[in-house]
Design a protein around this ligand. Structure first.
Ligand code: PLP
Length: 232
């Protein structure tokens, strides 16, 4: 396991939590309003219980089958599993059984597919992923489609609309900040249009989570800064 021993995680976690606290303070925010999701994609399943033992209960995965295998295979009671990667309709049934939060709904079609497969009873907290970069081959809905997708989520009794998610353009802090501001503005407009609160803004990764917290992130998704580089 080498780099993934719990002690290393605990140390990195403490540093990250400190940076989140500082960023929240700069923005006059309460740091307890920021949920840290540990992104374990591409890493061995044994990382998950180590992360949970270090005190992070929220686990982010971008592939449905990888997450399902890890969820079945490791003892990580109390973990909440977040889908942060693109979802295809042929994986919707497995996703509906595997995840506790879904960040990456980006079409009405996928909303209907996962809504159909989710057991009613405990609605699945759901975010609409929006791409504000226009970078080719990126997933995420166009900003102009977000309202229709959000309304489709509201129509699914097994889903609960909670907010928006985005991935900033890489390597440019000012562009990342503009992107996060734009997502918050879009969220504010959607709250008006739909007449409901959309409390969650899932934005910020290892390279830009402090900027995201300054701009209102309620969920940051952190992989490499916490767990080191992914193999491959
Ligand atoms: C991989 C991934 C992350 C984490 O990225 P790091 O740079 O390793 O922190 C966050 N969000 C999404 C959507 C990802 O795919």
């Amino acid at each position: 396991m080498g780099a993934f021993e719990p002690a290393g995680i605990a140390e990195r976690l403490e540093r990250i939590r400190g940076r989140i606290r500082d960023a929240a303070a700069r923005a006059g925010r309460d740091p307890s309003g920021v949920c840290l999701v540990a992104v374990t994609k591409g890493l061995p399943a044994a990382v998950v219980p180590a992360v949970v033992a270090a005190g992070v209960a929220d686990i982010g995965e971008n592939r449905v089958q990888e997450a399902a295998a890890k969820r079945d295979g490791v003892g990580a009671a109390g973990a909440r599993w977040h889908l942060i990667g693109h979802l295809q309709t042929n994986k919707a049934a497995l996703a509906a059984r595997t995840f506790d939060v879904v960040h990456s709904l980006d079409s009405t079609r996928i909303v209907e597919a996962i809504g159909r497969h989710r057991e009613p009873g405990a609605p699945l907290p759901s975010l609409v992923e929006v791409d504000l970069t226009g970078i080719e081959a990126r997933t995420g809905a166009a900003a102009g489609d977000a309202e229709a997708i959000a309304r489709a989520v509201q129509e699914q009794p097994a889903l609960e609309l909670r907010g928006l998610m985005t991935v900033a353009p890489p390597g440019d802090d000012e562009a990342a900040r503009r992107c996060f501001r734009e997502l918050r503005g879009l969220r504010d407009r959607l709250e008006q249009a739909l007449g409901i609160a959309l409390p969650e803004l899932s934005m910020g990764m290892s390279a830009d989570f402090e900027i995201a917290v300054e701009e209102g992130a309620t969920i940051v998704r952190i992989g490499t800064a916490l767990l080191g580089p992914r193999p491959g």
